[in-house]
Design a protein around this ligand. Structure first.
Ligand SMILES: Nc1ncnc2c1ncn2[C@@H]1O[C@H](COP(=O)(O)OP(=O)(O)OP(=O)(O)O)[C@@H](O)[C@H]1O
Ligand SMILES: [Mg+2]
Length: 231
């Protein structure tokens, strides 16, 4: 069965302006000859497109295609256009697409400061300039003085904030979220979700959110695409 998606919105039709934001143009992902994902969508700067669908419907695969880490089992056609540039064939590090997962993926063997410094672009040169950016980033998320802490000693909410900040320090032009709030308890979940969404809005980043949670989708307040079961 082919994937189905919600009725076209003016923003998601072919021919809309792709000069800004993230456009997925006739993007088709096949696995063993079968169509897994087939969509055409545009996410304007500062807007959130929510992708829902059952386990195995291709949500994480879609995000891997956008960041450029597609597994060899998949065949992809179509285009990924970011701020007017076709990034479909660029290596992942040149795409300027940030991603957050359910697991915060902090490096366990590095301090919090070193984890954040990892996100900094090479253009920020010199030890003191890099350190200064890390100190400011920590203050920005209410974690002053956490530079030398071991990630294992942080709470779930603190780790989530560090992961968000590490991703933002890399100055992405789009943000992908693969159920990043689902490991957090209810109160924390609302708080971190608001933090991520507000940072994305401030920076005018287009956001693609994968979630199973109706509350996430409501808070995103944008278009929705439902991927179908493909078995
Ligand atoms: N590296 C891979 N090689 C081959 N098949 C894969 C690979 N990764 C995923 N798949 C298959 O592709 C399909 C889509 O997987 P995907 O991880 O994208 O689903 P999902 O929608 O993210 O599911 P979930 O909600 O459980 O996270 C599944 O049938 C999965 O078994
Ligand atoms: Mg997944």
């Amino acid at each position: 069965m082919n994937p189905v998606y919600s009725p076209p919105h003016p923003d998601t039709t072919e021919g809309s302006d792709d000069a800004e934001g993230l456009a997925l143009r006739r993007l088709c992902i096949r696995l063993a000859g079968k169509v897994l994902v087939d969509l055409d969508a545009h996410i304007a700067p500062g807007r959130i497109l929510t992708i829902m669908g059952p386990s195995g419907s291709g949500k994480s695969t879609l995000l891997s295609v956008i960041i450029g880490t597609t597994a060899p089992a998949f065949t992809v056609s179509g285009r990924i256009v970011l701020d007017g540039t076709d990034i479909s064939h660029l290596p992942p590090q040149k795409r300027r697409v940030g991603i957050l997962f359910q697991d915060d993926m902090l490096f366990p063997h590095l301090s919090i400061g070193a984890n954040l410094a990892f996100g900094l672009p090479p253009a920020v040169r010199g030890r003191s300039a890099r350190r200064e950016r890390v100190v400011r980033a920590l203050a920005d998320i209410g974690l002053e003085g956490f530079e030398n802490r071991d990630p294992a000693t942080l709470s779930g909410g603190q780790r989530a904030r560090v992961a968000l900040m590490r991703m933002l320090l890399a100055e992405p032009r789009a943000l992908l979220l693969d159920e990043p709030f689902s490991g957090l308890d209810a109160a924390l979940r609302d708080h971190i979700r608001e933090l991520v969404f507000s940072r994305a809005r401030e920076r005018r980043l287009p956001v693609l959110l994968v979630t199973h949670d109706e509350a996430d989708a409501r808070a995103a307040a944008g278009d929705r695409i439902e991927l179908a079961h493909t078995d």
